[in-house]
Design a protein around this ligand. Sequence first.
Ligand SMILES: [Zn+2]
Length: 254
Amino acid sequence: MFAWLDEGSRVVRGFTDRHDGHSIGAHAGLNLGSRVADDPAAVARNRAAAAAALGVPAGNLVFLHQVHGAQVATVTEPWGPEDEPEADALVTTVPGLALVVLAADCVPVLLADPVAGVIGAAHVGRPGLLAGTVAAVVERMRFVGAVNLDAAVGPAVCGSCYEVPQQMHDDAVALVPEARAVSATGTPALDIAKGVLAQLSAAGVSARQVIGCTRESGNLYSYRRDGVTGRHAGLILLRPPAAPAHRPGRHHPG
Ligand SMILES: [Zn+2]
């Protein structure tokens, strides 16, 4: 159901796959997307399962209306579905909120400074890579106090599977050379995750990548493979600081 990272830390982050969900048909599995024509009741059950796995109420999952841009939303309290801002990254310093980014080939990125208590999440596709979503979310996190940031980069469509027109390829690699790729048939392609890793490195953020190609794995949603399909997610949660250890009272003899 989930690949969890950061066990034992103040930060919990993970990436979902399709296992153990309630959606059926084209969305079969753990679809967490509400804008992909799936049964809303099934999506609600899937989201409740994801929240339960994180140990938070379903209402504490914070979603965006993702639009392939570079807008960053700062979150201080949960919002309802009708209030989701149009943005592709979100940042919080509030414990108990779980930030969610949805994807089905695009790159989910989960960032944290567990010591400063700042977390962030971003959805980065080709437009977001070129628009500077990574730099924008890193800048916002530092603005609210992050110092030592690291990132987990989730599964996405790989370079071999992401063929694009020559001009689109050229325009992208002019801005982000590291995204240059060649498809399995030898045509121009892009590796968005490699581009994201390069942007994180340029921003001074260490990163680890959860390997996996969405298009090649039946356990993940892939828009490029299936068209009508669901969305898996990257989720990140900041836990409250650990309470100070109880100091036993001094024993006063006599
Ligand atoms: Zn692939």
